[in-house]
Design a protein around this ligand. Structure first.
Ligand code: FMN
Length: 406
């Protein structure tokens, strides 16, 4: 198909694809995303950095053809860089190697194994294993590789086009957005930063310590000041790298807003009344409050707000001697994300309505401790519909928490 390449710098083009229709990706809700691939034209060689999700490659081929026409160059890719194994960045790799059998695939040693496990067509592919600070010269343009194990998979690496200071960071610094403009400053800033936060919360949170280590390494190698642009594999390209780097530093060190997230579910609206009373108490102390109802809202959005909240309040009624089960989905997710990996524990309060012995609030309090939260109180349980004085107790508890957070 015919599709235009987007020039992002001298001899560098975005040749990725729009996925307009995707609404859920490994449980992450989104309204479309982009799979960003980039072509870098040196005087001698041409490199393709990352590629696209299986089934979307027609767009990419259209853009690649367009970029070659724009540059007036012979249609040949010499260097294939695969920063990460995951299918949304490697789905066209077999096609690419078939079209350009003379080209090498530059990736980490771990990536070779991962790619072979994903694609039988790569059994005898011409891999070229690279290590940190090894380079390939394209002629006037140098690509330098930086291994980034576990950021976010064991195979991950970054590629730096040194002369122009463009960091091809793959998933790091990405956002699931599907705008038709490619740069950060071409879309509303709040939308960009919100998408960045959601991406960090869901994919990078458990890696916070590694993020800080990687920043230290990049600084000690003197690379940071050279980075003028960050071109991730999803969403917008950062022309202001420090904006996203400082956001990552804040997230990775557990810096929070004066904010609390309340998450609840309810069968007959009693727990909801309690949630609203806690919210009013927090608001009376000037704390920002975000409320999610587990019946309507899903985990990938909820954790975005937990990320920069100092406290989280969980309200769950008891059913069959257990917490209402919708909390289980979120709880398993929190257990993996481990918001305390920053070294700081978020405060938590649990509450809920019951009809008999109750116990849900205590049970989820125990689970939350195991997930790395500091549970302040797990005893706010009321029988059936909360009375005015019981709601006042919730309000006062919210207020006390607000004072603590200020
Ligand atoms: C199917 C069912 C099972 C329940 N099991 C229990 C239980 O085991 N222990 C208890 O204390 N309450 C139990 N309850 C009572 C609820 O916890 C109670 O109605 C509570 O007020 C519901 O809070 P909500 O209005 O926020 O949904 C049960 C309710 C239902 C509908």
């Amino acid at each position: 198909m015919k599709a235009d390449a987007v020039k992002i710098s001298d001899g560098v083009y975005w040749v990725g694809t729009y996925d307009w229709d995707i609404r859920s990706y490994h449980g992450y809700t989104l309204k479309g995303t982009t799979y960003n691939a980039y072509l870098v034209f040196g005087t001698e060689k041409v490199a393709l950095i990352d590629n696209v999700y299986p089934g979307t490659s027609a767009q990419m081929w259209g853009r690649i053809k367009d970029a070659f026409e724009k540059e007036g160059r012979k249609y040949n890719i010499d260097v294939i860089v695969q920063n990460h194994v995951e299918k949304d960045h490697s789905g066209a790799l077999v096609e690419i190697t078939k079209k350009f059998p003379e080209s090498n695939i530059y990736c980490t040693e771990v990536a070779v194994e991962g790619l072979k496990k994903h694609y039988t067509g790569l059994k005898d592919a011409p891999f070229k294993v690279v290590k940190s600070l090894e380079s390939v010269d394209l002629g006037g343009k140098t690509l330098t590789f930086l291994e980034a194990p576990l950021l976010h998979w064991p195979d991950s690496m970054f590629t730096l086009y040194g002369e122009e200071g463009i960091l091809f960071s793959n998933d790091a610094f990405g956002q699931h957005l599907c705008y038709t403009k490619r740069f950060d400053n071409e879309i509303p800033e709040n939308v960009l930063m919100d998408a960045n936060q959601k991406f960090y919360a869901n994919l990078i949170t458990p890696l916070s310590k590694l993020v800080l280590k990687k920043f230290e390494q990049v600084i000690s190698l003197g690379l940071l000041e050279n980075i003028k642009m960050i071109a991730p594999s999803h969403g917008q390209i950062w022309t202001d790298p420090m904006k996203v780097i400082s956001a990552y530093q804040d997230f990775a060190t557990g810096k929070c807003k004066n904010k609390a997230t309340i998450v609840y579910d309810t069968m007959h609206y009693s727990t909801q009344k309690m949630a609203h009373a806690f919210a009013e108490g927090l608001l009376s102390e000037g704390i920002d409050v975000v409320i999610y109802n587990l019946h309507n809202d899903e985990r990938s959005e909820i954790v975005k707000d937990i990320l920069d909240s100092k406290a989280v309040l969980f309200g769950i009624p008891t059913i069959n001697d257990q917490p209402y089960p919708s909390i289980g989905d979120l709880m398993y997710y929190l257990r993996g994300l481990r918001f305390d990996r920053t070294g700081l524990k978020k405060l938590a309060i649990t509450f809920g309505s019951m009809g008999g012995k109750g116990g849900a609030a205590k049970l989820i309090g125990k689970d939350l401790k195991e997930c790395g939260f500091e549970v302040l109180d797990d005893s706010y349980e009321v029988i059936y519909v909360p009375k005015e004085e019981e709601l006042e107790k919730c309000y006062n508890a919210g207020k006390r928490l607000g004072i603590k957070l200020n």
